[in-house]
Design a protein around this ligand. Sequence first.
Ligand code: NDP
Ligand code: AKG
Length: 449
Amino acid sequence: MTKINHVLDSIKDRNPGEPEFHQAVLEVFESIEPILSKNDKYLEEKVFERMAEPERIITFRVCWTDDNNQIQVNRGYRVQMNSAMGPYKGGLRFHPSLNLSILKFLAFEQTFKNALTGLPLGSGKGGADFNPKHKSDREIMRFCQAWMLEAQRHIGHFTDIPAGDIGVGEKEIGYLFGAFKKIRNEFQGSITGKGPLWGGSFLRPEATGYGLVHFAEYMLTEIGENLEAKTCLVSGSGNVSQFAIEKLLEHKANVVAFSDSTGFIHDEEGLNAEKLAFLKELKNTKRESVAGYAEKFKSATYYEGTEKRIWSVPADCAFPCATQNELDADDVKDLDKNGVMLIAEGANMPLTDPAIKAVQKSNIIYAPGKAANAGGVAISGLEMTQNRLGRYWPRDRMEIELRVLMQGIHENCLDTMKKYSLDKQDYLNAANIAGFERVAKAMVAQGSW
Ligand SMILES: NC(=O)C1=CN([C@@H]2O[C@H](COP(=O)(O)OP(=O)(O)OC[C@H]3O[C@@H](n4cnc5c(N)ncnc54)[C@H](OP(=O)(O)O)[C@@H]3O)[C@@H](O)[C@H]2O)C=CC1
Ligand SMILES: O=C(O)CCC(=O)C(=O)O
């Protein structure tokens, strides 16, 4: 036991002042502790300590010129976490709050998520403390070009393949890919999330949100339920949220709330295709607050700020799809009190540690993000395959691929529950253990470095 306790302590000591990273490491550690304690090889080989130490961290100055001809300075990052399963793979976040603690937690989680897909994907995460809000297209383009000017020497289709995350969508991916191509004089699959006309895969934009809903439906089927007519809350209103809402509407679920960083909308009549199209236009083209939705649709109320919580709206299912730590223990208690049966994570680590503990004491079934939101990176993996093949698969094929991948992750979780005699519906421990085992075996086989 002493040996085991030392593992976590040494990771915390080596990474002071990084609360999000500690939180992500602790969550996985709690799941795999029984396996570590029975496996001397993993302890001797310091497998978990190595998983928690990025193979490489690159930080760099990003210098660009704004529309007023003023020089701006930002900090760029790429955390190359683990290459045991394949080249580093994971998204880029452009957000002013970005720091190494957040990036290391994201890159750490990506290790297990990518392993769960069963595809040859290592893990990484990167971005910059750049705020794309209220920037002109030209400014965003110049920023992306400046970011890639440095990052291009560290990435490439066999080395490290970034993609989108918060603040990085198809527009930013286009500018980043264009810059890579210009500097390196190579058209290669060095980044995913590209437009389908220029090297991208059908369904990549939809994949995280659609995959999340597939996973939730597989979980509900296990308990003899489905999404039809279920009242749903979806936080956020960006890429993941929009396509989660779209797929929920296809399942005839009743989506009554969504949010952004300014507040949330409660639409008592629920969304439909027309309302979703308005929301997409509001967020993707106009880049405005969700408040505009309540001005357009009289059945909706806008609640500004965080005092009233989206999670207090009565519902059957909750899909946190905005950002980390957006749901705390009191929110879980409210959801439970209101009879919510399922929480499925579209965002990465949206539940605080006390929130997870509260879920474990409740009757709510819980889909951890590592499993439930893996559809995005999985379709990125298939975008890489198509780039290497030089052939593109049609949309209907990608729909099937996504379903099969999400079903595979779900079955892997069920198998792991059986293999380790976990509680029924314990997707949290199952996903962590299944992801860990794949990466641990690969790391041991490849020797210590
Ligand atoms: N894109 C992908 O394929 C994948 C994304 N994820 C995760 O999903 C989550 C959402 O990503 P994505 O949809 O791509 O990002 P987007 O940038 O498209 O959307 C983010 C949404 O979350 C809101 N938001 C961001 N920060 C905060 C905050 N601090 N408080 C409240 N709301 C906030 C934004 O509001 P506003 O518009 O006001 O900024 C926006 O509505 C992230 O956790 C990401 O890591 C996970 C797997 C894959
Ligand atoms: O598609 C990718 O590589 C990125 C996906 C991602 O960042 C994530 O799964 O959190």
